[in-house]
Design a protein around this ligand. Structure first.
Ligand SMILES: Cc1ncc(COP(=O)(O)O)c(C=O)c1O
Length: 430
């Protein structure tokens, strides 16, 4: 297995210090200390992030880019500073970072902007975005529904064809199927799978897209929180992330878009704060990123997300990646050694996050989840918004453990013990 990072993993003392920053990690669930292994769904927030959001709300709370009063000016400065912080975290310029409510909205923004362009909006500048019958949109069988359904809908609206990179029996992308062709206009792919924990070979996918002049949208929901990410080095056109998966609040996400593309794109949502001039019959739009930020913005959430990014930077993304690679190996190897457990994607030779999903034939994932919960262990059960992937691997649901910078080897071991106890309890040992 390729290592994600050559950097030193976090020491036990550092992890203890980090854990002390997260109030929720001191809680008990069902009489046991909480073992939180659901960071892939949403991460916990450190006191520093909670404090920044509360301090903003109690000091400067105000709508941005509108008022002439001091609170509005201070709020606007903080909001734009937050944009610069988050943009720099992923290697982007601040004008290239659009605030959204989450990654789902960011992907829909791109898909709707392309269909608006395809319907003739955006003038000559938007020509490069227009798609229609004969054109192809490519995504993969392993995507979260958030990076699949918007493309299904875009295909339905424009008459373009949706093609899907299939998975092999292990769950790896079949890039040898050559799904990217001269007709491909956009390739939308996840950087890291939220079910298998593998980090996809993005350079190879970008090279295939570039060779035919197609755009690439990277779903960085599961990578931005866990790995150093540089959208320019990866040479993608768009990237999306969700704040709540990277120590920030819910209700805030971001779209990175290459400057020339954002400038060419017609808006998705329209309304206040994204215009220069409005008459009763038409409107002129602001330059990006404001063109894509209609309506009153999520100011405290954006500022708190920047505080989360400061926290991650202070720990060091390389070291977080190294820590999670260690936990991921302990998790995957520990699970693979338990008779009766199938680790989804275990045979894939790619770098991995600290995340693994299992199927235990004969025991429903919901029973496993409930059994673990009785021990204070929070794991995720279900299809994790990736039904096509589960269908391909022949299961309807799985049980997922996902770690973060505050997770410990003891917590991974508690999960492994819990899985063994579940099998003993339900008598499903193979
Ligand atoms: C890989 C991936 N993409 C997209 C999403 C959607 O994120 P959100 O629901 O925050 O928009 C998720 C959330 O689980 C995810 O894991």
């Amino acid at each position: 297995m390729t290592a994600l990072s050559a950097d030193a993993a976090l020491t036990d003392a550092e992890i203890l210090r980090i854990r002390a920053d997260f109030p929720i990690l001191r809680s008990e669930v069902n009489g046991h200390p909480l073992v939180y292994l659901d960071s892939g769904a949403t991460a916990q927030r450190p006191q520093q992030v909670l404090d920044v959001e509360r301090d903003f709300l109690t000091t400067w709370n105000s709508a941005v880019h509108r008022g002439a009063h001091t609170l509005a000016a201070e709020a606007t400065l903080a909001f734009e500073d937050a944009r610069a912080t988050v943009a720099s975290f992923i290697g982007a310029d601040e004008e290239e970072l659009v605030w959204t409510s989450n990654a789902t909205e960011a992907i829909n923004l791109v898909a709707y902007s392309i269909s608006n362009a395809s319907a003739g909006r955006g003038g000559a500048a938007a020509e490069c975005l227009r798609i229609g019958p004969g054109d192809e949109i490519v995504t993969t069988e392993m995507e979260h529904h958030a990076n699949l359904i918007p493309w299904q809908e875009l295909a339905a609206r424009t008459g373009a064809t949706l093609r899907v990179i299939p998975l092999d029996d292990d769950g790896a992308l079949r890039l040898d199927e050559a799904p990217v062709t001269e007709r491909t206009r956009i390739v939308a792919v996840t950087h890291a799978s939220n079910v298998l924990g593998v980090v996809n070979p993005i350079a190879e996918i970008v090279a295939a897209a570039r060779a035919v002049g197609a755009l690439v949208l990277l779903d960085a929901c599961q990578s931005a929180p866990h790995l150093p990410l540089d959208v320019k080095a990866l040479d993608v056109d768009f990237a999306v992330l969700s704040g709540h998966k990277m120590l920030g609040p819910t209700g805030i996400g971001a779209l990175y878009g290459r400057r020339e593309l954002l400038e060419a794109m017609p808006p998705f949502l329209t309304g206040g704060s994204m215009i220069t001039t409005v008459t009763t019959t038409e409107a002129e739009y602001l330059a990006p990123p404001q063109r894509f930020e209609a309506g009153t913005q999520r100011v405290s959430q954006a500022i708190a997300l920047a505080a989360a990014v400061d926290y991650l930077n202070a720990v060091g993304m390389d070291r977080i990646a190294a820590h999670e690679a260690e936990l991921g190996a302990r998790l995957t190897e520990g699970l693979a050694a338990i008779a009766g457990v199938r680790v989804l994607g275990a045979g894939i030779d790619l770098p991995r996050l600290g995340l693994a999903s299992i199927d235990i034939p004969g025991i429903h994932a919901h029973d496993i989840g409930q059994f673990l919960d009785d021990r204070g262990i929070a794991a995720r059960v279900g299809h994790h918004c990736a039904q096509p992937l589960h269908r391909r691997l022949g299961v309807t649901a799985s049980t997922r453990a996902s770690t973060y910078l505050y997770s410990t080897a003891d917590e991974v071991d508690a999960f492994l013990d819990g899985v063994r106890a579940t099998i003993d309890f339900f008598g499903a040992r193979a």
